[in-house]
Design a protein around this ligand. Structure first.
Ligand SMILES: [Mg+2]
Length: 277
């Protein structure tokens, strides 16, 4: 049976390799679980991160945005590439987004920054009808909660053929430029969209972004790379421990996991799914 690779935190027993070699991070090697063991029958609202969640971490999309951010800093401050890169990563780690650091220290225009960094070629992103079908099979509301911009989320979801799947997007502007994992951002999201965290689930590729959702009662799923899969995220963003009490499920195949969830509701679709109208 080709089930998603899933594990509950209380069933983990494997040693987890987390070394970085030749640009690829070894992934969690997790056992298969039966769909019946997934405790999400109470969930009626499905919340998805965007980048490296709705498309895989080895996609070249995020490095393009990352490079545009560096270029923005080069142009803004007249620094060389290496210095700009170092400042960018400092801001990202310190503030959660580079934008917030630039706003705090350099009064950068958010609109200008977001338009510049998301002006990228998305032609490498192909429609993913099987993921669309898996999302469509989930009963209830579906929302995107991203530290990026609405425009970026819309264009990316459109390229993936997922734009019709979601009720709305909560972006960094809606968050008043305070990014996940800040507590206030989740509360703004819950309030804006009338989301009850106790009947919601969240899917994310960055484990620290699941701390508050879990505390609020959301079911939490962390997406980890498949073994050998390249990963463009920052080292500090990637879970290197199995001691993650805020993570209910670790998965390496979002589509499979969503199909398993849909099985709970008797609404699953076959692999390959229908195409999106
Ligand atoms: Mg992400």
């Amino acid at each position: 049976m080709n089930r998603s690779q899933v594990k509950r935190r209380d069933t983990i027993s494997e040693d987890i390799p987390a070394t970085r070699a030749t640009g690829a991070r070894a992934a969690f090697d997790v056992p298969a679980r039966l769909a019946a063991q997934i405790d999400m029958a109470h969930v009626d609202t499905w919340v998805f991160d965007l980048d490296n969640t709705l498309y895989p971490a080895d996609c070249d999309l995020w490095p393009k945005i990352d490079q545009r951010i560096t270029t923005f800093i080069v142009d803004l401050l007249g620094l060389d590439g290496m210095s700009s890169r170092a400042l960018q990563k400092y801001y990202y780690k310190q503030y959660g987004t580079t934008l917030r650091g630039l706003m705090e220290d350099h009064a950068v225009s958010a609109d200008e920054f977001l338009a510049f960094v998301h002006d990228i070629d998305r032609s490498s992103l192909l429609p993913n009808p099987s993921l669309a079908a898996a999302i469509a099979a989930l009963p209830g509301r579906k929302l995107i909660l991203t530290n990026g911009s609405r425009e970026h989320a819309l264009r990316t979801a459109e390229a993936l053929g997922l734009d019709a799947m979601f009720e709305d997007i909560f972006d960094i502007v809606d968050a008043e430029f305070v990014p996940k994992p800040e507590r206030v951002t989740y509360q703004r999201f819950f309030d804006r969209h009338g989301v009850d965290p106790k009947t919601s689930a969240m899917f994310e590729d960055i484990e620290r972004n699941l701390v508050i959702p879990h505390e609020k009662g959301m079911a939490t799923a962390l997406i980890v790379p498949k073994p050998g899969q390249r990963d463009h995220r920052e080292p500090f963003e990637i879970a290197t421990s199995e001691d993650l009490p805020h993570v209910d499920y670790m998965i390496s195949d979002l589509e499979e996991f969503l199909r398993d969830i849909a099985d709970l509701f008797g609404s699953s679709t076959p692999k390959g799914g229908r195409t999106i109208d």
